[in-house]
Design a protein around this ligand. Structure first.
Ligand SMILES: O=C(O)CCC(=O)C(=O)O
Length: 258
C-alpha cells in the first residue's frame, strides 16, 4: 500500500505516530541490513561514522547523509513508499531533509534522551513543524536492545524548549516531567522491516543496548518544500528536488556510491 490508510492518518493526527508492519519485505530488509552492516562497520573502522556518547559514556554509532543518490541508502530514501506516505501526512510538496543510520551495537549502543526532532530542526532554521520521520527497523527492536520509546500524543504540545546536554539536544526537565505525567509512555517494539512513522514534535527517546543483539534503524526525515531552512546552520537539510523511484529500486543497487 503506497498511501497511508484512514486509520494510519488518524493515528498520526491523534497519537503523533503509527507503525506500518512489514513495510519492507523480508527479502528487502535482509538485503538492506546485510549490505549496510558490512559497509558501515567497515567505514566505522576508518573513522567515517560518528560516535555519539550518552551521559553514561556509552556510544551510539550514527551515519548521516546529506544527499540521496543512486546507492542503496539514497534509493530507499527516495522509494515511492516512503515518499507517498510522507507527502500525504505533511500535506504539501516535500523533499528529503536527511537520512541516517542509528546503530546500537550489542552491549554498547548508548541511550538517547527525551527530545523532539523539531527541537533540533527549529535551530537549523525550519520555521514550521511540517516535518516527519520514518524509522525502518533493520533488526528486532525491543526493550532489551533499546527500542524507541514515545509519549503517545505528545506532538500536540508543539515545540518545547531544548537544552544541550552531553552532546544531545534534550527537552527541558520540568516540561519533560509534566509531559511524562500526562502522556502514555509506549515502548515501540518492532520486527525487521517494520516502520515507525512519527511527527517531528513527538517526544521520543531510547535506552542503551544491554543485549547481545544489534539494534540498527534507518531513519529518513522529510520536510515541506516551503519550509526549507531560511539559514545555512548545517550542511544537511537544504532543499534538493526529490526524485522519487519505484518501490524496491535499492535491491539492484550498490550499497554505497564509489
Ligand atoms: O536511534 C535511536 O534510538 C533514536 C534516534 C533519534 O531519536 C533521533 O535520531 O532523533
Amino acid at each position: 500500500m503506497l498511501f497511508p490508510s484512514k486509520a494510519e492518518m488518524r493515528a498520526y493526527e491523534v497519537d503523533g505516530y503509527f507503525v506500518r508492519k512489514g513495510f519492507l519485505s523480508p527479502e528487502e530488509v535482509t538485503d538492506f541490513r546485510e549490505s549496510s552492516r558490512r559497509q558501515l562497520e567497515e567505514e566505522s573502522k576508518g573513522g567515517n561514522v560518528m560516535k555519539k556518547g550518552d551521559k553514561s559514556g556509552n556510544a551510539t554509532l550514527l551515519k548521516l547523509w546529506n544527499h540521496a543518490g543512486d546507492d542503496k541508502y539514497g534509493l530507499l530514501a527516495r522509494d515511492e513508499r516512503m515518499v507517498r506516505i510522507s507527502e500525504a501526512l505533511i500535506g504539501e510538496e516535500i523533499y528529503l531533509y536527511s537520512h541516517k543510520m542509528t546503530m546500537k551495537q550489542p552491549r554498547e549502543g548508548g541511550a538517547w534522551e527525551w527530545h523532539q526532532d523539531y527541537g533540533y530542526w527549529y535551530n537549523n532554521g525550519c520555521l514550521s513543524p511540517e516535518m516527519l520521520s520514518i524509522y525502518v527497523s533493520l533488526d528486532p527492536a525491543n526493550r532489551e536492545n533499546g527500542c524507541l520509546q514515545v509519549l503517545k500524543g505528545s506532538h500536540i504540545l508543539g515545540r518545547l524548549n531544548h537544552v544541550r546536554e552531553d552532546g544531545q539536544t534534550n527537552v527541558e526537565a520540568p516540561y519533560l516531567e509534566a509531559a511524562v505525567e500526562r502522556f502514555e509512555h509506549v515502548y515501540v517494539e518492532m520486527e525487521p522491516g517494520d516502520a515507525l512513522v512519527f511527527h517531528c514534535n513527538l517526544l521520543h527517546r531510547s535506552d542503551a543496548n544491554n543485549s547481545d543483539t544489534y539494534r540498527w534503524g534507518y531513519i529518513c526525515s522529510y520536510n515541506a518544500v516551503h519550509n526549507a531552512p531560511f539559514m545555512q546552520a548545517r550542511d544537511y537539510g537544504h532543499f534538493q528536488k526529490l526524485e522519487t523511484v519505484p518501490a524496491g529500486s535499492f535491491m539492484n543497487a550498490k550499497v554505497a556510491a564509489e
